[in-house]
Write a new protein. Structure first.
Length: 283
């Protein structure tokens, strides 16, 4: 009999995500995938899955599910309260669910997104080699709804670490950025970035982290639409930068002042509105 889970309650947003579908920009398809890939990898390792297995990306908690079969689950990301049939359980380590038991995931103490892995991984159809939900293009599974049933793959024996430390989302982030390719559109781009100060806007999403604060001084006009990559910092005419995240458009017509170091994008993906952002230009 096929193993499955039933989503009883989604919370604000719950998406199926794996490590994404990079390499499809020529088709107009962004990479998508978990915004905090390290947390998803850790969750998969805790339950014995390959790091590439599909799990759930949960925005601000609130998700509840019922196990249709015996399974092992793990929740990673920021520190989060878990309950199994109403009893407290620990995040960041394997938790066993018996058939018909329920798991409830609370709101993370810091940050935005927690990651749930289930032994065997989520066995949803692949599109372009990935099971990830892409909110911009609509590729992949739809965002989860209450009462959705998700099939599970065949589990492996759990190996490796049995406890991992939670992510601590900081209130101030200093983000390395490499200038270009359109930094010549800005008066002394390096100084503007180094001296500027921003906060994360509540209009941010998986497409991009929208920042508000110091207006970057750029020349008037637009450029012909050109290719965009994850981490590109695009500056519209109002001077308020947008850092492209995993579901970003693959082309754009605003100048890109620089590109954020890829290892730091996960922290932007966890940054709540109001988080302070500073840029540190690097060579």
């Amino acid at each position: 009999m096929k193993r499955s889970i039933t989503i009883l309650r989604t919370g604000p947003q719950a998406l199926v995500q794996d490590l994404g579908r990079p390499g499809n920009a020529h088709l107009g398809v962004p990479p998508s995938g978990a915004l905090d890939q390290e947390s998803l990898k850790l969750a998969n390792r805790l339950v014995g899955n390959p790091e590439t297995a599909a799990g759930l990306e949960i925005l601000l908690g609130g998700l509840a599910l019922k196990a249709g079969a015996s399974c092992t689950v793990a929740v990673t990301g920021p520190t989060t309260e878990l309950r199994v049939d109403g009893r407290l359980a620990d995040s960041h380590q394997p938790v066993h669910l018996k058939p018909q038991q329920t798991l409830e995931i609370g709101t993370p103490q810091t940050g935005l997104r927690t990651y749930l892995a289930i032994s065997g991984g989520l066995d949803v159809p692949e599109e372009l080699g990935s099971r990830s939900t892409d909110l911009l293009s609509g590729i992949g599974p739809d965002p989860l709804r209450d009462n959705d049933v998700l099939q599970l793959g065949t589990p492996n024996a759990a190996t490796g670490a049995d406890v991992v430390p939670p992510l601590r989302a900081l209130q101030t982030l200093v983000i390395p950025i490499r200038l270009g390719p359109r930094d010549d559109w800005f008066d002394d781009a390096e100084t503007q970035l180094r001296q500027g100060k921003w906060t994360v806007s509540d209009r941010s999403n998986r497409v991009g982290a929208r920042l508000q604060g110091t207006a970057l001084n750029r020349r008037d006009g637009e450029i012909p639409s050109e290719g965009m990559i994850t981490g590109a910092v695009q500056v519209p005419p109002d001077g308020q930068p947008v850092v492209f995240l995993n579901d970003h458009p693959t082309t754009g017509g605003y100048p890109v002042i620089g590109v954020v170091d890829g290892d730091h994008l996960r922290f932007l993906g966890q940054a709540r509105p109001g988080t302070t952002i500073r840029f540190r230009p690097v060579d």
